[in-house]
Design a protein around this ligand. Sequence first.
Ligand SMILES: Nc1nc2c(ncn2[C@@H]2O[C@H](COP(=O)(O)OP(=O)(O)OP(=O)(O)O)[C@@H](O)[C@H]2O)c(=O)[nH]1
Ligand SMILES: [Mg+2]
Length: 403
Amino acid sequence: MLDNDSNKSVKVKDFFKRNVIINELEDILNLKPDTLIGIDKVSSDTLGDYNIKNVGDLAKVSLENLPDVKEVPSSILIKWVKIAQVVVKAIKEQLKSHKKLLMIGLDNGGKTSILAVLQDRFSIIKSLLPTRGVKRERLDFFGYPIISWDLGGQVQYREKLYFNRPELFFTEADLLLYVIDTQDVDRFPESANYYRQVLKALKDLNEFPPTLVVLSKSDQDYRSSVEWQNNIKVIKNKFNQVTTEYENFSVSYADTTIYQKETIMQMFSEALKKVSDTSEIIENILEDFSHTIEAKSASLISMDGLIFGNYNDSDTDEALLNNTALIMQTLSNFHNSIGLIRETSMTLNFPMNGFTIQGEKLFNYSELQIPVYLWILSENPEMMYEKLDYFREQILPLINMFL
Ligand SMILES: Nc1nc2c(ncn2[C@@H]2O[C@H](COP(=O)(O)OP(=O)(O)OP(=O)(O)O)[C@@H](O)[C@H]2O)c(=O)[nH]1
Ligand SMILES: [Mg+2]
């Protein structure tokens, strides 16, 4: 069996204050709102006056038609409602055991190679053969259960297999990664056509998975060429146009090269955020936290390179913080591999630039016990310490429910 997921419903309990006793999951819907972490008793009683008497009621509040609750700012109410919705969804869903990831694109595009890099199987890349038909694989995906469906892109499969029985391949996908080789200019039109066929098949099945176009083979030297920049423009034009032909789809892009694993980790982080129920709440909390502690930028990153979320004043700050953090973590992994104890706090000072980049370990997540660090870019990093415990308490359940 592929299913060995731990019971997500147990993790639901982390959303509640420690003194709250939960016996039956169904009871959760009837608990008062202030049993949830972050909701105080006074606000909870006020919500009661608006007929929001328990967690179930809170989850049903319409975000489009938000009631004007006295003394509770709407931005905060929205956050509470979203958390209640996540809790309720997790209970009701009784859990699909895994997420389905579709990897689609022309032959030779780099799909199988990307999956190999993700799993640190670098040495198999040079001997990869074209994928014959579909290769299904359970991935150890940052500790989350995911099954990849790698659809070999050779023309015989595209023409004779997938579109004859689309329901066998395209249904119930949680995420579509469409891979295009940015170096293979001659085949851009063919690739855009295939992309169109895939969207059409999905639409006919009434399936609309979040979609990310992966701009593969964006190797470091090639990326800095004018040719690459032109190619990207051409690709985005074409693919945006195809996407608008199909309602309910939206598309974003991420470039990767197998020669820099971090590009692949960042691409998957972007993709997973689209699938996650909690990523938006995580980013809201990061934003609040950054304002409170006057940080310019903050990111939440696992030791294996998954970026759960970030908040930043500018794109430059984001790139500076994320790239620095990923490299510091690589360094920490190296130190750990030679037997040093992993430090819970890492600091890089930039005295001439007047700021500090600092990482603090928050907790371990998943059965693999992977450390998660909060990284901030700040002029006054010490401001974070007073608020860190509260932040940790709010974030932990959301990370556990990320996928
Ligand atoms: N330069 C460069 N080459 C790459 C990159 N990724 C993959 N390749 C090469 O591209 C070729 C095809 O890679 P695959 O991963 O087998 O492509 P695929 O999309 O799985 O192809 P099919 O299985 O036929 O659909 C291999 O020779 C890889 O070494 C990359 O980022 N940069
Ligand atoms: Mg392949």
